[in-house]
Design a protein around this ligand. Sequence first.
Ligand code: PLP
Length: 412
Amino acid sequence: MTTAKTETLPQTSPTTGKSEQWMEKAKAHLLQNYKQQPLVLERGLGSRVWDADGREYLDLLGGIATCALGHCHPEVVVAVRAQLEKLWHVSNVFYSEPQIDLAARLTAASGLQRAFFCNSGAEANEALIKLARKVQKDRGHADRYEIITFQNSFHGRTLATVTATGQTKYQKGFEPLPAGFTHVPYGDLDAVRKAVNPHTAAILVEPIQGEGGVRVAPVGFLKGLRALCDEQGLLLLVDEIQTGMGRTGKMFAYQHDDIRPDGISLAKSLGNGLPIGAMLCTEEAGKSLVAGTHGSTFGGNLITATAANVVVRKVTEPQMLKDVAQKGEYFLSRLRELQARMPTVVKEVRGRGLLIGVELFQDSAAFIAKCREFGLLCNAAGEKTIRFAPAYVVSHDEIDQGVRILERALKA
Ligand code: PLP
């Protein structure tokens, strides 16, 4: 698979018409709730995917920060295949080994003591929200139920998590929204302090606002939130759904700031594409969610937990996080060179590790379409920012290729 070949291949190969047929069928039957790119993807390997017509693409989006080890990572395939032939699902009324193993690995990696498993990011955040309310009730503060979150944040699509989300475009039409969420400007410690009131239970924060345009928290912000929470008796909840599992060059992004949250949410990269989410919390907080208070039918079943165990094992190998950090620096530096060549087109390049945003001076949609036409997959985070969240196995050559295609698209 050479670079030269893949840069000309996707656009020039004749279509068999299979993709068109599938998209017609999709239009007839799927709920039209996504703005989908016109691409029917059929198979993948590492950072490459192929569409239904056999065209090859360089995937620097990785299922939006989800396929951390790359598509069809051989060790995940082997482990999941073996588990598929043993046992899939037993319900959480029984114990299962992969789930217990996963809890042990995640608690060791995070410094938190308790793990709860679910199926998605929104559910993991729901668990955090319920945890915060229940902890405050158990502490004797029945009136402390409010969660402070941030403008431009994204926490999910359930009613509670879409209300936690600090973007009205996701909430419009679904009113009345649940009570108990306040949004303040991201990075503004004074605003957070002013928003704390006798009803405040917790602060929920993304270390990097992913959907909000890949915006990294200012230095000292998380530490400041930790101190404020300690002073006011609040829980600090960190949404690591997009940033966790090594994406930023540390296992969890809060570890860059040397803090310990009371609870964190995980999903996306945790299962390398299989649907698993997790809520991790301290021993003290975890005591509030006693038997019967929370649960999930599929949460952490044997198949998804098996995939997640491989992810955690691979990401905790000493070289992996170094590689993510180094490749992230390399990608950022190549993009900053591109910015220097095109200062009237590229406004800012930002990110950490392999979660990167390229903000343009104009809407990014047409450029993302051009990238796809030239064989590169990425997406928008906010209106003007192009997001890259490739697999950790992405090579330097693939990063170079991606930057070359992006430049071509920006010039087209
Ligand atoms: N929180 C963050 C930071 C996210 O990026 C996302 C998804 O993009 C979610 C929560 C919601 O996750 P899910 O779509 O798995 O419910």
